[in-house]
Design a protein around this ligand. Sequence first.
Ligand code: ATP
Length: 463
Amino acid sequence: MSQPQPGAPDVLEKLVSLAKQRGFFFGSSEIYGGINALYDYGPLGARMRRNVRNLWWRAMVERRDDVEPIETSIIMNPQVWVASGHVDTFTDPLVDCQGTCRKRWRADHVADERRARGKPEDAPGCPECGGPLTDARQFNLMFRTHLGPVADDAAQVYLRPETAQGMFVDFAVVVQAMRRRLPFGIAQQGKAFRNEISPSNSIFRTREFEQMEMEFFCKPGTDMEWHRYWCDERMRWWTEDCGVRGSRLRLRAHEADELSHYSTATSDVEYLFPWGWGELEGVADRTDFDLRAHSKHSGRDLSYFDTETNERYLPYVIEPAAGLDRAFLTMLLDAWDEEEVRGEKRTVLRLHPDVAPWEVAVLPLSKKAQLTDVAHPLAARLRARFRTEYDETQSIGRRYRRQDEIGTPLAVTVDFDSLEDNAVTIRERDGMTQVRVPIEGLEDACAEQLAACRAASLERSRR
Ligand code: ATP
């Protein structure tokens, strides 16, 4: 089998430029010169991220009867992070350049950084200026702040570096409140913060990001089976639900020396980015490490009584942990396409219709009141069923190009014939095919076309 090819090396650059121009994402606080590795999501980005969150929520919570949702606080009792091991071990090795650039690097990324700058991986010294590097020292990635008005050590707290711990510390409350029996999961989406040493590749590695995590509690001994189940299920989600091409995804099992201290098996869902394979999601068998640690440190018994076998034990946990920002970047990169149409370059985002910011754009051929008087109420009607945009500026050709660039699957055009025949044209993004449909049944016609787009996206994800 031939190796999958990564996207063209300049595709990230082009995407970042389009993302800013069209309002997907851009640097945070740019009017003040920005701030390193922090980003804002513009109107289209916010819409698309909401769609991705919803797809995850639908697959992991709503369509299941064995997962409970939860929302826990970002700042928790600092003992949580002592018990979980984050205070002692959530570190990355840091080296400083002592040459001219004085940059700081993650020691285990130095070879990659050299390669990214066109230098041999084993070139001596700093990837940037070649200056000498210090020995590596451990740097804790948790952001610290103080709770309350006194900024002393006793008031020190952390911004959570992962959402997972909230689900472990609330395990017993959820079991009791929801009268849950094993196996079952607790899921949440929310912000996490890591003071990354070397943020890179736009929103791939940032210091504030969002996670979508689920802790699936099961009987020890059944964990391997559930691990396999969740690996399959998560691969299915990335391809079938989100439309990411399977040929650019892989599931990679961690080598023994790569495993986290709490895990007996972890497999990463990886995507072939323009710069190489990168992690989108980790599916980890966390054993009973976390519940055991929190039981010990808090003094509260977090064991589970199995009424079927009359046994008391600490459940094992399988954790699929995905990042929303990486999902969002992946879907944009995977959808990116450029092609020539009648001698002109067309940029098109071939996004899955459930992911795209808009499903339908309503475009009157001109700004004349005769047409906008029809198009406005039509857009209002469609909005009740679909994510619908209305746009009457510029020429129709430019508006089609813009909708292609932001990945809108369908464009509904109201023209002068519409006033006579009570029909409009639906243009489909990928094949640019056009069909004339009566205004009366427009919602159903759009639903049918979107179903066809979903089917085409599924087909593409299998490639
Ligand atoms: P990496 O090895 O890339 O640092 P990780 O293995 O530390 O990631 P996890 O702790 O498993 O990541 O977190 C689960 C998911 O959260 C990751 O797969 C990723 O999608 C996301 N994530 C983690 N760190 C970041 C970050 N700094 N920026 C954006 N997303 C992140």
